[in-house]
Design a protein around this ligand. Structure first.
Ligand SMILES: O=C1O[C@H](COP(=O)(O)O)[C@@H](O)[C@H](O)[C@H]1O
Length: 270
């Protein structure tokens, strides 16, 4: 059965699927429904992507019926994190999304808000925050009801095997940044070392009374030897906040704390 109808959770949700295909089918349906609801509500669907395995999990959006039924012209695409490399570099999150998804659907090129790849990491982060501020001002991106902060219609976050989401790495000093919406790293533990990323409050709604919008993170891989469960586990409190949906395959949920994997968050999808 499909992912349940889009709704705003009053708590986080965990949705577990049998395998990668099952997850991808349901993720496409979830995104398509959210796109439709957002366009109906305010004429735009603003979505912030990550890189990595998340992008291939979005593959079903290029196929029928979504390639025809989604209102692609209303999409505005952002990146929750990006590696500071040229857009044609194989490490570029933009290139990955372009190759796998964006080149296959009729998104308006000027609605693809990629980073400036010709400047330093610090300049790219400042520049990207400026772009987002302009689009908040014109209400292309909605604004939080209680803060003057962006409220994307969807932020899609993968999770690395070391527990990082966007380019927020467990234990890294950039986690302390709370004034900016976008920050930069020049020493990311995972190469490439130069990156920009939404900050933790921005990406995960921590410290905000009202979460700014729906969040979805995906994990499909099985438990890997490199997965430091104890390093990643501190995210889960943030993740399971209202509006956060954690989408995973059954095999991965074996590494989740029992309170999340079998408890109050779990939604039954079949
Ligand atoms: O470096 C990154 O890794 C994460 C996770 O990637 P995955 O391939 O392990 O799923 C990704 O979400 C992030 O955007 C990217 O910059």
């Amino acid at each position: 059965m499909a992912f349940s109808r889009v709704r705003h959770n009053d708590r986080g949700a965990l949705r577990v699927y049998d395998g990668s295909d099952d997850l991808a089918i349901n993720l496409a349906e979830y995104i398509a429904e959210l796109s439709e609801a957002s366009v109906r509500d305010h004429g735009v669907f603003s979505v912030a992507l990550s890189g990595g395995s998340l992008i291939s999990l979005m593959r079903k959006l290029c196929e029928a019926p979504y390639n025809m039924t989604v209102d692609w012209a209303r999409w505005h695409i952002f990146w929750a994190d990006e590696r500071v490399v040229s857009k044609s570099h194989s490490d570029s999150n933009y290139k990955l999304a372009k190759d796998v998804l964006l080149s296959k659907v009729p998104v308006v090129p000027s609605h693809i808000h990629s980073i400036n790849d010709t400047v330093s990491a610090e300049e790219a982060a400042n520049d990207y925050e400026f772009v987002i501020r302009q689009l908040v001002r014109t209400r292309t991106i909605c604004v939080s009801d209680i803060h003057d902060c962006p409220k994307f219609d969807l932020i899609l976050l993968g999770m690395g095997s070391d527990g990082h989401v966007a380019s927020l790495f467990p234990g890294h000093e950039s986690l302390g940044e709370s004034n900016e919406w976008v920050t930069f790293l020049t020493d990311a533990p995972k190469p490439p070392h130069e990156r920009i990323t939404f900050t933790l409050p921005h990406a995960m709604a921590r410290n905000w009374n009202t979460p700014p919008g729906p969040y979805c993170t995906t994990r499909e891989k099985s438990q890997e030897t490199t997965f430091f469960y104890d390093r990643a586990v501190h995210w889960f409190d943030d993740m399971m906040s209202p509006n956060f949906t954690l989408v995973a395959t059954g095999v991965w949920t074996s590494v989740l704390p029992p309170s999340i994997s079998s408890g109050r968050y779990r939604e039954h999808c079949q």
